[in-house]
Design a protein around this ligand. Structure first.
Ligand code: MN
Length: 229
């Protein structure tokens, strides 16, 4: 029995549909630019850029239906609606053909971004952590097991703020498909069960403020929602 100098933090978890058991989160990976329209709105060229990755701490996950305090140190908090892939079987250098075998399930998630701090980091060629990896920056709805989903690629993905649609696309609009993302990512990092991958956001990202209700949908999955305190 391991003893600690103080009580360790709880393992961060995400709900799973159809069971009271929780998905234990190990790491959170995020794809930087994965929809052409969003790449253009951020000043990039969707034709030439291979996927790149950044991370958030595992304990950035937040259940759907909660109230999230407005984060510290920002005056430009953005929503980024994303399909989340939950890894159930680890591996490195996973081929596209084998990628689906490593997927536990899918979820609807939001990559909350302190855009002002991210912009400073970009301007000064610094890491993105202050813009991306802050507390409660990764709301994620209950996962649906991959075996219960026939074809996630044809699903619509959209986000509303106070009932008004801000982002809308189809998963097939992804520049790099889920299988390709797993293949690329697993070249750089050995994946493990419990890893979450936020696969990138469509165009239409924008600022949210205290009191706003944010609701995100991926057709066939449980919606994600939260209110900003
Ligand atoms: Mn994102």
């Amino acid at each position: 029995m391991m003893e600690y100098v103080f009580e360790p933090s709880q393992i961060p978890t995400v709900a799973v549909n159809g069971t009271s058991k929780r998905f234990p989160v190990r790491r959170i990976f995020c794809v930087g630019r994965n929809y052409a329209e969003h790449t253009r709105e951020m000043g990039g060229d969707p034709d030439r850029e291979p996927p790149f990755f950044f991370t958030k701490p595992a304990d950035a996950v937040v259940d759907s239906g909660t109230e999230i305090p407005f984060p510290q140190a920002t005056s430009d908090l953005h929503h980024e609606m994303e399909l989340v892939v939950a890894i159930g079987k680890g591996g490195a250098n996973i081929s596209q053909e084998m990628a689906s075998k490593h997927i536990f399930g899918f979820g609807a998630g939001i990559d909350l971004t302190r855009r002002d701090l991210q912009q400073i980091a970009k301007d000064k060629r610094r890491p993105w952590d202050s813009g991306k990896a802050f507390d409660q920056s990764a709301p994620c709805a209950a996962l649906t097991k991959a075996s219960e989903i026939t074809n996630i690629t044809s699903s619509r993905i959209w986000l509303t703020v106070n009932g008004e649609t801000r982002q809308s696309a189809t998963i097939s609009d992804l520049i790099w498909s889920v299988d390709e993302v797993i293949a690329f990512l697993s070249v750089e990092f050995a994946l493990r069960p419990g890893d979450l991958i936020y696969t990138g956001t469509p165009a239409g990202v924008g600022a949210i403020k205290s009191g706003d209700k944010i609701e995100g949908y991926v057709e066939g999955l449980t919606p994600i929602s939260f209110t900003l305190k």
